[in-house]
Ligand binder design. Structure first.
Ligand SMILES: [Zn+2]
Length: 420
């Protein structure tokens, strides 16, 4: 049975395992997720597939691609079958592939996911720009959990993907732009399972003998969560801006940022895990994975540096709404209840956008809780809505960076740095 998209949109949102109503701690996690020892990962075969008459072709032979198989269902309908890197896994079905045809024609393209339901609205890359399809014209099958839409194909390959592709070229371009500033440095702090570089970006304009706060920023633990990743990049741009506020901030605070901690997952089009099949954001207690260990080992020396103090940690993610997961108010952090204060500014600076908040205790082995347990600082998981357009992401992120700088400067002015 088939339904048009809009009537079932509410149903889909209601069913999403990360919706604020249903999300209670680990309940959305697959079983045994905190066992972060290496698991088997099914390889994705990189190839070109042609099917039908006249032939329609697809390719997953590029960075960030994910496509498991491709079939002609009938003369005009084609099905892209998409599998995750391993099971069990959260419902975050990433896909990205190129598609073209020997002749100019309009086909029905159906996205079919293994043991998952449709989540990301398809984006088509035309002339370097990713544009979402008109989702009201697409058909969501609530039984098969597939999405079917019309696509014009011709001999020139088109890219179809769950979100914009942020491959090595994209990331290197951004890095070379941000590191032009003399106070922004880039350093390799470790190597991923597949030998990719784990990078840290630091913003440092404070003198060595001056007491300085440290702001820690984490991003892209989960490969498909591009809206949160983009927000983190705008955030850093604002912290390194030439405004009076940012200059004041940089005279009192260092920034330690880990913008892409799961490069293997991103480059291989994973739904959630790293190359060892593990959810990195459940490994902040056991540190079984080289990616989490690299960040831990880069940050721990702060504990032995008397003139440096971690004030706050932000971990950027994406889900089906804009939502903050603060540490609950009853937990004493330093600064205390900082996230709650910050959220009120983000909300009033972006009154046209909806935000939700759900507080948690500090028991789960996630990055935010490791920041609290290790440094006593407050920290937040900042989830950006999957389908937010890039202009809105930039607006939220830059305004949030500005209010954060103001608030942290205020907190530092009343802080004494005594380490025992
Ligand atoms: Zn996430």
């Amino acid at each position: 049975m088939k339904f048009f998209w809009l009537p079932v949109l509410l149903l889909i949102v209601g069913l999403n395992c990360t919706s604020s109503k249903e999300f209670t701690g680990f309940s959305y996690d697959p079983p045994d997720v905190t066992n972060t020892k290496d698991r088997e990962v099914k390889p994705q075969y990189r190839r070109i597939i042609g099917t039908g008459q006249p032939v329609v072709w697809v390719s997953n032979n590029f960075e960030g691609a994910r496509l498991s198989n491709f079939y002609a269902v009938n003369d005009s309908t084609f099905e892209a079958f998409i599998e995750p890197e391993n099971f069990p896994i959260n419902n975050s079905p990433w896909y990205a592939f190129k598609i073209w045809s020997d002749t100019v024609r309009t086909i029905s393209l159906r996205l079919n996911y293994k043991d998952a339901r449709h989540r990301y609205i398809p984006k088509i890359k035309i002339d370097e720009k990713f544009t979402p399809i008109d989702i009201e014209q697409a058909i969501y099958d609530s039984v098969g959990k597939t999405l079917e839409f019309k696509l014009k194909v011709d001999p020139k390959p088109k890219l179809v993907s769950a979100q914009i592709i942020t491959d090595n070229e994209f990331f290197d371009k951004w890095l070379s732009k941000i590191t032009k500033k003399p106070f922004v440095n880039i350093e390799q702090i470790g190597i991923s399972n597949l030998g990719n570089s784990i990078k840290e970006i630091s913003i440092n304009e404070v003198l060595n003998d001056k007491e300085a706060g440290v702001l820690v920023i984490m991003s892209r633990q989960h490969p498909p969560e591009v809206s949160g990743f983009l927000a983190s990049l705008f955030f850093i741009e604002e912290l390194s801006a030439e405004s009076e506020l940012a200059e004041n901030f940089r005279s009192e605070f260092k920034v330690r940022m880990f913008p892409l901690i799961n490069p293997d997952g991103v480059l291989n089009g994973h739904w959630r895990h790293n190359a060892a099949g593990v959810d990195l954001n459940r490994d902040w207690e056991n540190f079984n994975q080289p990616e989490t260990r690299a960040v831990r080992d880069a940050l721990l020396p702060i504990l032995k540096t008397p003139k440096r103090k971690v004030f706050y940690g932000i971990d950027f993610h994406s889900t089906n709404e804009n939502i903050f997961y603060p540490i609950e108010e009853s937990v004493k952090t330093y600064p205390d209840n900082f996230t709650q204060k910050w959220i009120s500014f983000i909300e009033s600076d972006n009154s046209d956008i909806e935000f939700a908040t759900e507080e948690f205790d500090t028991s789960s082995p996630i990055f935010k809780n490791w920041i609290f347990r290790t440094f006593g600082a407050d920290a937040v998981t900042f989830e950006v809505y999957d389908e937010l357009d890039i202009k809105t992401i930039e607006k939220i992120s830059r305004s949030a960076a500005q209010s954060l700088m103001r608030l942290l400067l205020g907190e530092k002015s009343k802080t004494r740095f005594n380490k025992n």
